[in-house]
Design a protein around this ligand. Structure first.
Ligand code: NDP
Length: 285
């Protein structure tokens, strides 16, 4: 039997409508500034998407572009002035940045109260201490989808594949706080040939590895809820055109799972909505 497909679009629209209603009550609209260094197609695409979403809900959006020749010290100075600018509520660093810039240093320089992407060490620390609103937007989005499945998390077997700072680790911490029994798999698990052993145990499987089709249909338990965070560009072998796929072999998994999120159109739209929500919260604070 085919799984229920859990679309992110309608949930994102609902979140945006709530944000819009809040902004209408405010004396001035929240302001989000995106910092972009150099010219990268992916970063520019994200910036375009952010600008459109901000406009939809009434958030003022500014893209601050810097040449890829800017020194790290000068960039940190620019971030400091944004920190001090009372008209700026949220700051986000567009990834990737050129090699001579240490993204972590820049992210750590963004004032925690303006870090709407949840990447500052202070905010990651707050996640450990049980503050879900401080978490990176993608982690919040994945958790929102888990909540939408309606599965009781208390004692549920949750398996997270991927242990990055912005997805795997915070997702695991947030679900631990809901009393799920949470395991985190990574490259070591795969290299030890143990990935399938863990994934087939999951009641809820969250995959954020950046490996197209990593999770096959025979690696999941019938009826499981699958949240596919992966976004990968691959070439379609039939048409030769490039397309976006997740980390889960959707056509196989949809026949085994109980609930599954699509890629594109699952976690992605909610991640953007969470960025808007964090900007609103920063402005209200
Ligand atoms: P990272 O590359 O930072 O992390 C990937 C993680 O997966 C690492 O922990 C890595 O382990 C692990 N991993 C890699 N290969 C395997 C494997 N074969 N088996 C088990 N674990 C493996 O990626 P991100 O966390 O930033 O992103 C993950 C995916 O989510 C990407 O596809 C990205 O494009 C997507 N993404 C989607 C967003 C959305 O809004 N939908 C937003 C952000 C990201 P190790 O470090 O040990 O190698």
């Amino acid at each position: 039997m085919s799984a229920k497909i859990l679309e992110g679009g309608p949930i994102a629209e609902q979140i945006k409508a709530e944000i819009m209603a809040e902004i209408e009550q405010m004396a001035r609209p929240p302001c989000l500034v995106a910092v972009m260094v150099g010219d990268n197609t992916g970063a520019r695409m994200y910036a375009k998407m952010q600008a459109k979403s901000c406009e939809e809900v009434g958030i003022a959006y500014e893209l601050k572009e810097f040449s890829d020749e800017i020194s790290e010290a000068d960039l940190l100075g620019e971030v400091q002035s944004l920190n001090e600018d009372a008209n700026v509520d949220g700051i986000i660093l567009q990834m990737p940045v050129p090699e001579h810039i240490n993204a972590r240093t820049v992210q750590a320089t963004i004032a925690p109260q303006k870090d709407v992407d949840g990447v500052n060490p202070t905010n990651l620390g707050r996640v450990v201490m049980g503050h879900p609103e401080a978490a990176p937007c993608t982690a919040q989005a994945a958790v929102r989808l888990v909540e939408e499945t309606g599965i009781d998390l208390y004692g549920a077997e949750v398996v997270v594949v991927g242990h990055s700072e912005i997805v795997g680790k915070p997702v695991a911490l947030l679900l631990l706080d809901e009393f799920a029994t949470t395991s985190v798999c990574h490259i070591g698990t795969s290299d030890a040939g143990m990935l399938e052993e863990h994934t087939t145990r999951a009641d809820i499987l969250i995959v954020a590895a950046g490996v197209p089709g990593l999770i096959k249909g025979n690696m999941i338990k019938p009826g499981v809820a699958v949240i596919d965070v992966g976004i990968n560009r691959v070439k379609d072998p039939e048409t030769g055109k490039s397309k976006t796929v997740g980390d889960v072999a959707f056509d196989e998994a949809v026949e085994v799972a109980g609930i599954i999120t699509p890629v594109p159109g699952g976690v992605g739209p909610i991640t953007t909505a969470m960025l808007l929500q964090s900007t609103l919260l920063a402005a209200q604070a």
